[in-house]
Design a binder for this molecule. Structure first.
Ligand SMILES: [Zn+2]
Length: 163
């Protein structure tokens, strides 16, 4: 499955939580590689997606890892309001398979986990918007611990799976 940014059209609903989407609302389009077509749209901001309210604590920090088609791998940390509050670039230069060693820390408190890492982004909110404003050329490969292996390129596969 490939995840792309898109927009909702009139009458569409989220394939994860079933709620109606507003026309023009930012969504994640899910494209099946094998079918060669889009198979669903879901809320862009997963914190507004009712399916994700099971996470419970709305103030909890969460994170996303985005891979661009230049092999760049970037981690963004969000606060409970959906603001990007920190980020790390060039994860692709980390040790192969490093994700296994940091996933528990990221699940507990991503902001604390990355505090000691190299490569903090100066303006993470702007950086996130700059990348994700393009319709293509980037994919979310990890959404708060949920991996999307089918969307991964070589850089992400190396980071998450060591190969
Ligand atoms: Zn939803």
């Amino acid at each position: 499955m490939i995840h792309k940014r898109g927009y909702a059209m009139n009458g569409e609903s989220c394939c994860e939580c079933g709620a109606s989407l507003r026309e023009g609302e930012a969504v994640v389009e899910m494209w099946s590689r094998s079918l060669g077509k889009m198979v669903g749209k879901k809320h862009w901001n997963y914190k507004t997606c009712k399916n994700n309210l099971k996470i419970g604590d709305k103030e909890m920090n969460t994170y996303e890892i985005v891979e661009d088609n230049g092999g760049g791998l970037t981690l963004y940390v969000f606060d409970g309001g959906g603001n990007v509050i920190d980020g790390i670039y060039d994860l692709a230069y980390a040790q192969p398979g490093e994700y296994d060693q940091v996933r528990a820390g990221l699940a507990t408190d991503p902001l604390a986990e990355i505090a000691g890492w190299d490569g903090h982004i100066d303006s993470p909110q702007d950086d996130y918007h700059r990348i994700t404003n393009y319709d293509c050329g980037w994919v979310i490969v990890c959404n708060n611990g949920t991996l999307y292996p089918d969307a991964m390129g070589a850089a992400a596969q190396k980071y998450f799976f060591g190969q």
